[in-house]
Design a protein around this ligand. Structure first.
Ligand code: ZN
Length: 452
């Protein structure tokens, strides 16, 4: 076991140095690597994963039909519900259970799923993280031996993967990144005390948690002097909250795009133009409602393929995030394409009295133009009315904000969607283990939502 650990340590150190350079490789080289991985993964799936073997045979396809990612469009889009109903059909038949890491999502969309990651993928993932860690290191001032607080939901995928990585590495303790795991479900007061005790250099959480946590810190005059960097993933950090962290706390903030189905889809760089996509590892396309690929600049749903994980193999898998690919290159010089923004989920449309449905982005746009708003939630009520919950920056002029918000709302929606109450809250309720929803459907419609 010790020799195996030494092997992995040397291998990962070597890979980490290489990975930091990947975003700057010429585009042709990135595509070449993507195609090599794609062909290997499809060949693997064809041999060892029941779903792909059956689907490809039924369509008369073989691995030799897959030399470019465009060919993935010849496979059906995999829905989350398909993986939920028969997870074993997507799992490798040849990797023994004790070589797989089990992860699951609690199903904030009502569909919990399980995803198995093979150990090699988890360790590889640790070196892929170097693509963004190379940016963070400049702010932290040291590449190893720093402390990081991670605020997560109850079931910790992060803790499991870090545990696995640590158990495979022969690094002396002083060189490892020391991590403190705290629960988002615990009170702010408790978490503040724990963070003050641990004195982290880096704080990581969900965007939605930071949206509420930093206004709380600001209102109570709490700072963490050791802190040098804030990172987030899982859901959006609102522009108002980002500005508060950057300007009032003087801390740089970086987001990553990651899910349990694909650990490292993308990351923000210093230019903050969106997420650089690791397309050699997780090719991504944007599709319309019919599943057709739409060009950069158009909003649609994210479909990804995971070319790293051979435990649960997901090729052409719909994530349900709404996003737009950027039409511009990034000024930072990285050649990984940009996902301009992630706008929420496609199940959050709001019914209007006029008969149509409002896109969640319409409401989001009305709210995020106010820099005082750190987070919001729209509660859809019967008869085309709604309430809005707001977390605002302490000291904000609520009367002026409300006047302006109501005027914009009236102009945009008129009688099609009436804004009833505005509630100022400290936290937006978080479903157990899940993400708080931006648009909360009317309770009467909940039954409909859960049915297939
Ligand atoms: Zn960039």
């Amino acid at each position: 076991m010790f020799l195996e650990n030494l092997y992995w340590t040397a291998y990962l150190a070597y890979r980490a140095r290489q990975q930091a350079r990947v975003p700057f490789l010429p585009q042709e080289e990135i595509i070449r690597r993507q195609r090599k991985r794609l062909h290997e993964m499809v060949a693997y799936a064809y041999r060892h994963v029941p779903y792909y073997r059956e689907t490809m045979r039924a369509r008369g396809l073989t691995p030799d039909d897959f030399y470019t990612v465009e060919a993935l469009e010849r496979l059906p889009i995999i829905e989350r519900s398909a993986v939920q109903e028969a997870p074993e059909r997507f799992r490798s038949e040849i990797i023994p259970q004790d070589r797989l890491l089990y992860t699951h999502s609690s199903g904030s969309m009502g569909i919990p799923i399980e995803v198995w990651h093979d150990h090699r993928a988890v360790l590889e993932n640790a070196s892929h993280g170097e693509r963004q860690r190379a940016i963070y290191t400049r702010f932290i001032g040291q590449a190893l031996g720093y402390r990081e607080t991670v605020l997560i939901s109850i079931a910790s995928v992060a803790g499991d993967t870090q545990g696995l990585v640590a158990s495979r590495l022969a690094l002396p303790r002083a060189l490892r990144i020391q991590r403190q795991y705290l629960k988002m479900a615990d009170s702010f007061e408790h978490n503040v005390r724990e963070i003050q005790r641990f004195r982290p250099h880096v704080l990581h959480s969900h965007g939605s948690y930071l949206n509420a946590f930093f206004p709380y810190l600001y209102a109570h005059g709490i700072t963490f002097p050791s802190l040098k960097l804030v990172t987030f993933s899982s859901d959006n950090l609102f522009p108002g909250a980002r500005r508060l962290i950057e300007e009032e706390f003087g801390l740089p903030v970086f987001g990553t795009y990651q899910t349990i189905e694909a650990f490292q889809i993308g990351f923000e760089c210093e230019a903050k133009r969106g997420y650089h996509l690791n397309i050699d590892l997780y090719p991504l396309r944007i599709v319309d409602e019919a599943g057709r690929t739409v060009p950069p600049g158009e909003t649609g749903e994210v479909v990804i393929s995971n070319l790293v994980n051979r435990g649960t193999v997901l090729l052409n898998y719909r994530l349900r995030d709404l996003a737009v690919l950027s039409t511009e290159p990034c000024p930072c010089g990285r050649n990984l394409p940009l996902l301009a923004c992630i706008e929420g989920r496609n199940d959050e449309f709001i019914p209007l009295a006029s008969g149509g449905r409002a896109h969640p982005t319409t409401v989001r746009t009305l709210l995020i133009i106010h820099p005082e708003i750190c987070q919001f939630q729209v509660l859809i009520l019967p008869r085309y009315t709604c309430d809005v919950r707001l977390i605002v920056r302490p000291g904000c002029d609520r009367e002026a904000l409300e006047r302006s918000l109501r005027a914009d709302w009236q102009q945009r929606f008129g009688e099609a969607l009436r804004l009833r109450h505005i509630h100022y809250v400290r936290e937006i309720p978080r479903p157990p283990g899940g993400k708080p929803r931006i648009i909360l459907p009317c309770p009467e419609e909940d039954g409909e939502e859960g049915s297939p």
